[in-house]
Design a protein around this ligand. Structure first.
Ligand SMILES: [Zn+2]
Length: 354
């Protein structure tokens, strides 16, 4: 089933809003506007998390979490020739930044810039052997000198790759920061769909901040919500492109449904409900395993309060942490429907003790 126009508009608005960790409010404004259409209440906490509550009086409390922050760069110094030197926000492979168009989010709006390096013709044989590091990269905004650049950009301004998207064959969508704007899309779309099914449980959809720099917003938001059950949606590695070993990383394909995790970071009871709902509705999913805590919000959410029964429903993503991350729109639809069905059908009578 293709994505509805309204659902696609929400996704497009999320992808078009910048959100490097600590600078998430432009994307949070998109989330607040969307959630106001269906939630009983929408709030923003001091950390910057946005929380939408559906049926907040319900006895069983479910927290849905998708992180809205994206990896980016932050301006460290502006040199006398007008070039910007940067530090990373989150985990970048410097190779994928070379040749990129970027946007510097200055106080007057986005300024275009580029990241490149010395042309191949001018590189010595030794130059060509060096693998670039972040400290070797600069951002060129076309300024003539330091004074001009410093008038336009301040230390601490953040930079993203140009926020584009490109639709490819088979409903595959490529762009910047699918990680984890597709997760935010999934949990808020799921909350909306669950709200239309008279849920018994209280549902708190959270657009968490600062995941990419240490799973931070999920901790502060869970402290306020005190959930019994947690469902996290992040992207996970699709392994269906060249050079990735399925035996090491599992067999995960774009377009074959969301990825449901098993392992110590997740609850077998939550998995039972997820698999039951998937079978009932004919929703495809891919099983994956993790022998340790996940490297996403699920790791912290499980430890909130006196323990949270966790589910981890991920979106397959090719080329994670690059400017051309790729997901399947169909996987998003299925993930939202699966999460909505879970929320609509559990209650205080469901057993979440393993
Ligand atoms: Zn992520």
């Amino acid at each position: 089933m293709p994505m509805s126009q309204a659902d696609r508009q929400f996704l497009d608005a999320l992808l078009a809003a910048p959100s490097p960790s600590g600078y998430e409010q432009p994307v949070q404004e998109v989330v607040r506007r969307y959630a106001a259409e269906f939630a009983d209440s929408v709030s923003t906490d001091r950390h910057g998390n946005v929380i939408a509550a559906v049926n907040p009086g319900g006895e069983l409390r479910i927290m849905l979490a998708g992180h809205c922050d994206q990896i980016g760069l932050i301006v460290k110094n502006i040199d006398d020739r007008g070039f910007l030197w940067v530090q990373t926000i989150g985990g970048w492979d410097p190779m994928v930044l070379l040749g990129q168009r970027v946007q510097v989010w200055s106080k007057t709006g986005p300024l275009p810039g580029i990241i490149a390096r010395k042309p191949i013709h001018l590189q010595s044989p030794e130059d060509r052997k060096v693998i670039p590091e972040i400290k070797h990269l600069w951002v060129d905004i076309g300024a003539l000198n330091g004074d001009e650049a410093r008038a336009a950009v301040r230390v601490g301004d953040v930079i993203t790759c140009e926020l584009h998207q490109q639709e490819l064959r088979n409903g595959f969508l490529s762009g910047v920061a699918m990680d984890d704007k597709v997760g935010v899309w999934t949990v808020f779309t799921a909350a909306r769909r669950a709200a239309a099914q008279s849920p018994k449980a209280a549902i708190f959809a959270v657009s968490t901040v600062q995941e990419e720099i240490g799973l931070r917003g999920v901790q502060t938001s869970a402290a306020a919500i005190k959930p019994h059950v947690g469902l996290v949606t992040d992207v996970t590695h699709a392994t269906d492109c060249p050079t990735i070993d399925e035996n090491q990383h599992g067999r995960i394909k774009l377009g074959q449904g969301p990825v449901v995790y098993r392992g110590p970071n997740t609850s077998p009871r939550v998995l039972e409900v997820i698999e039951h709902e998937a079978a009932l509705l004919g929703i495809p999913y891919q099983l994956a395993s993790l022998g340790s805590p996940a490297s996403n919000d699920a790791a912290q959410l499980q430890l909130a309060g006196d323990g949270v029964a966790m589910g981890l429903i991920c979106i397959p993503n090719r080329y994670m942490h690059s400017p051309v991350e790729m997901v399947s729109l169909e996987d998003l639809e299925h993930a939202a429907n699966l999460m909505a069905a879970f929320c609509a059908h559990v209650s205080e009578e469901t057993n979440f003790i393993p």
